[in-house]
Structure formats: C-alpha cells, structure tokens
Design a protein around this ligand. Structure first.
Ligand SMILES: C[S@@+](CC[C@H](N)C(=O)[O-])C[C@H]1O[C@@H](n2cnc3c(N)ncnc32)[C@H](O)[C@@H]1O
Length: 523
C-alpha cells in the first residue's frame, strides 16, 4: 500500500473510532453499533498489529451498545472477540459478566468478575466489581439450594427492595402427562410448602386497567397491554436463540399428545449442553397461539395476601411453568414477585405425581369451572370434574346448585348438601371436592355468629370442613382467613390450633415465608 493510501486509511479509522465513541456516549446505540461495525471490518480487512488495542475496545464498546439494545447473543460474541485479543480486558469482562448475570448464568458471570478482580485489584470500579461478585455468589447459592427467604420483605409490608430471587428447579422433571400433552412430575416425595421452581419471565407487561374491562376503554387498554407484551416476547425471542428455541417447545394448544418431551436441563440458564435446539422460525400466528395458551396473569404476593386485586394487572410468560397442567384438585400454587414466578407444593406430593395448578378459581362450582376451562380452550377431565359430573345428574344436586345460584340462604344450602352427601355415601376426598365447590356458602356460614347459632348443630364443624377441603384441593387464602377469624373469635386459640394455621399458611404461601413473617400477616 502506498504511503498516502495508508495515511488516508489511518485517518478514516481514526475518524470512525471517534465518531463511534461519541455516538456511544450520546447513547445512540444503533448508530454507534453501525459505526463500530464499519471500523471493525476495515481493521479486519487490513490487519495491523498496532490496531489490536483499538479493535479490542471497538468490540467491547459494540458489545456494550448491543447489550443496551438487548441483543445479548451478539453482545456476548463481541465480548469473546475482545477477550481473544486481550483476555483480561476489564471493560469487556464487566460487560460480559453483567450480561451473563442478567441471563441468570451465575457461575459464568462469577468467573468473569473473578478474573477482572484478580487482574485489576485496585481499579476505580472495585467497589462495583465486589458488589457484582457478592451478588453472583449469593444467587448461585440460592439457585443451588433453593434457600429463599422473603420474610423481611413481608415484615416490611411488601415495601422497599424486592427479595433476591434466582432461577431454581426443585425435584421435578418434564414427562408425558396423563392430563394432557407434557406435564411436570415430582422426582421425589415433596412436602407441603416446599419450593418446586422459581423462574424469571421471558417478558412481562403491566398496567393499570380500568375497573370495567367490557367497555371500550377497558377493551382498548387490554388490547394495548397485550400488544406491548407480544412485542416484548418477539423481541426477546429474536435477540436470544436459546429463548427462541425454548418458546418453540411450548404448546400451541393443538395435538399436544404428539409434542416432544424436552429435557428439563434445557431450562437451566447455566446449562451449556447443546439440546439440539432447532432453528425453526416461529411465525406470528404460531407465536400468538403459544402466548395464548401459556401466558399467565400475575398473582402478586401482596394482592394474594390482601385478597384484593385492584386495578393493577400484569401478564407474562414463564417458560418452565408453562409445562404445568391444570387440575381442579391442584397440588401446587404460584405467586409472583417482580419478574419471577414462585411455584410451591400446596399439599404433600408423592414421587411420580404430576404437579398441577389451578388455572382458575377451583373454589367454585362445576358449572363455573367448566366455563373457565372453556375460556382456556380445554375440557377439564380431572378426577374431581369426573366425580362432580356424575353427581350432578342427581336431582337433589340440581336443586342445591339452583339454590346456590339464586342465593337461597347459606345455612339451607350447606345443610342440604351435607345431608345429600350422607345419603349418596360420599366419602373421603370426594366430600372435600363438593365442599370446595360450595366454599362460598360454607365460609359465609362459618364467619356469621348469627347463622352458626341457627345452623351450628346441624352441620359439620368448621375444622372438619376445612380439613377435608384442604386435603382435597389444597389451601387457599380465603380458607386461611376464615380459620384465622374463627380462631380470633375463640380467644386466639391454643398452641395446637396455631400450629394448624401455620401449616395451612405453609400450603398457601410456601416455606419461603418463615414463621415470624407468617405470624405477622396472620395476625
Ligand atoms: C400451559 S399448557 C400446559 C402444558 C401442556 N400440557 C404441554 O404439553 O405443553 C396449557 C395447555 O395444556 C392443556 N391442559 C392443561 N390442563 C388441562 C386439563 N386439566 N385438561 C385438559 N387439558 C389441559 C390445554 O391444552 C392447555 O391449553
């Protein structure tokens, strides 16, 4: 190359570098990515050892800009290019560590921060670096042990910093389900309240929704929220091959029996194994079907505890949780904190048993549940539905249901149902199923001193009803509230009663909340 040409190229490179840096400082991410790309390709067409340092920095800066646009796959590739040139480049190690941490790959992130710390022990960012090191260690421990504790947050009235949560998979695997398609199945005996999984959303969208969702304003708000949510999922999926592949494994509601059963290890963010992820594109129609079948409405912890939903609504998609089927006698519960969903056992679960959630309110009568399942796009064939379909052919059952619908007094409904169950010789869990279906009237009766004075001797005690309901369909905040009120009426209850309430609470809120926090919200 002639001297003048060489000089001109040097000038062009210098200008591109300055321009790209300026764009980066101005946070004009796309433009700066373009300019760094130009700089990098020029450097690579005519390699010159004296450009190594600037090339390393260009890759590093492009990685930063790409991570800001959430293009994490490409950003990580850039980090690796920069580290090939200078394997302890501080800025790149920090950038790579932060991306990996964001992707919940704690060990790999920890490794980056460790190298950075070893090679640059007294850099100006050492405090930040130490912060990241500690965070990675803590999350890695939580992810391995499942030792989450949200008690301080609960005790603070759900205010302040959200509790630290990490990806966690308990004793479960994905298997063919007897209910439909694939499901999550317990790999060991799991006791009440134990964690089953904690996982972060691919995307969420939240907003304040007007009270009525049926008028124009409400419908419009709902549509805008859904559109924003779909856009976010599409963006996450196109920016990360792994996310794209995992989403493509989810059910679109059709031909579930022919769907492949993926290895649960594929859902561990840290796993580097190649699970044969296909590159199959998901068209927009397919994506909408998948989101329709698998998206969940957030059940925030605070709303669960207070029983009030308010105007605040959130929707999201959580990959592994999408494999959990519905049952009207579920054995698990979920709640959401920040972007995480936490699923715990709401009853004792035996090895080999399928983990199930109530997609909708299972404390409602068969007819209402059938309508809700229809809205979800399926016909529920769980044990409880089968039993209740049989019973509903009985004449008295029709009368009881009718009475319930038109609001016959609650004592009469409970009395009639209990007497009918005796005649039909309904036993064990089946009693709990029917009592859960009519929980609304049972709870109204148990909390009213006046009604209990009238009906108390003719119907089973609250303890008997609660035990059978919880055994059949698991605990619920509403059951817990009735029990706590009953205990208060009886002057606070003894140790045994308190122990029972705590057990019920463990089923409702899980073991992530320790005794002191549970006591505080119950009192
Ligand atoms: C979130 S997915 C659950 C996992 C799904 N079975 C799979 O193979 O990926 C929800 C879909 O599973 C099916 N499903 C879940 N619970 C069911 C039930 N109790 N009865 C029938 N189908 C059910 C329905 O097709 C529903 O739309």
């Amino acid at each position: 190359m002639k001297e003048s040409e060489h000089q001109q190229q040097e000038e062009t490179l210098q200008q591109l570098r300055l321009k790209a840096n300026e764009l980066l400082l101005r946070e004009e991410w796309s433009q700066s990515i373009q300019t760094y790309s130009h700089f990098i390709s020029l450097c690579q067409t005519r390699p010159d050892p004296k450009h190594r340092k600037s090339l390393c920095l260009a890759f590093s800066n492009r990685a930063e800009a790409r991570s800001k646009t959430r293009d994490f796959d490409e950003a990580l590739k850039d980090c690796d290019e920069a580290l090939k040139i200078e394997n302890t480049h501080l800025k790149t190690l920090m950038c790579k560590g932060k991306i990996l941490l964001n992707q919940d790959r704690y060990n790999m992130a920890l490794n980056c921060f460790k190298i950075a710390n070893l090679d640059h022990p007294s850099n100006k960012d050492s405090e930040t670096l130490n912060g990241y090191l500690e965070k990675c260690k803590k999350l890695e421990f939580l992810s391995r042990s499942g030792a989450f504790d949200i008690s301080n947050w609960v005790l603070s009235g759900f205010k302040g910093k959200l509790p630290e949560l990490a990806e966690y998979i308990g004793g479960v695997e994905i298997k063919k389900s007897e209910i439909s398609g694939r499901g999550l199945v317990a790999t060991k005996n799991i006791d009440l309240g134990s964690l089953l999984l904690v996982t972060k959303a691919v995307a969420t969208e939240r907003g304040i929704m007007p009270e009525s969702k049926t008028d124009d304003l409400g419908e419009n708000a709902q549509m805008v929220m859904w559109k924003n949510f779909v856009d976010k999922v599409v963006e996450s999926s196109s920016n990360c091959k792994r996310t794209h592949c995992l989403i493509s494994m989810l059910s679109s509601g059709e031909n579930e029996e022919s769907l492949e059963v993926p290895n649960i290890a594929a859902f561990r963010p840290e796993s580097e194994q190649d699970f044969g992820f296909s590159n199959e594109k998901i068209d927009m129609g397919g994506m909408l079907n998948i989101l329709d079948v698998n998206s969940l409405v957030e059940e925030t912890f605070a709303s669960k505890f207070s029983g009030k939903k308010g105007d605040y609504h959130g929707v999201g998609i959580w990959l592994l949780a999408s494999f959990i089927n519905h049952s009207c006698n579920p054995n698990a519960k979920r709640f959401h904190i920040g972007d995480h969903v936490i699923v715990h056992a709401s009853r004792d679960i035996k090895e080999g048993e399928e983990i199930t959630l109530g997609y909708f309110d299972v404390f409602s009568p068969l007819k209402t549940r059938k309508e809700m399942a229809k809205n979800w796009g399926f016909d529920c064939h769980c044990k409880r539905c089968k039993f209740e379909v049989d019973i509903s052919s009985k004449h008295e059952m029709g009368e009881i249901e009718m009475g319930y619908e038109i609001g016959v007094d609650v004592g009469t409904t409970v009395y009639k149902l209990e007497e009918s169950m005796k005649r039909w010789m309904v036993r064990g869990k089946m009693k709990g199923y029917l009592r859960a279906s009519f929980w609304k009237v049972y709870s109204e009766l148990f909390v009213s001193e006046k009604l209990m004075r009238k009906w108390g001797r003719r119907v089973p005690t609250m303890e008997v009803v609660v035990d059978s309901v919880v055994e059949a369909v698991g605990g619920d905040e509403r059951v817990l509230r009735v029990v706590v009120e009953g205990m208060k009426r009886n002057g606070g209850g003894g140790l045994g009663e308190m122990e029972k309430v705590m057990k019920l609470g463990r089923g409702v809120y899980g073991k992530v909340m320790k005794k002191q926090a549970m006591r505080s919200i119950l009192s």
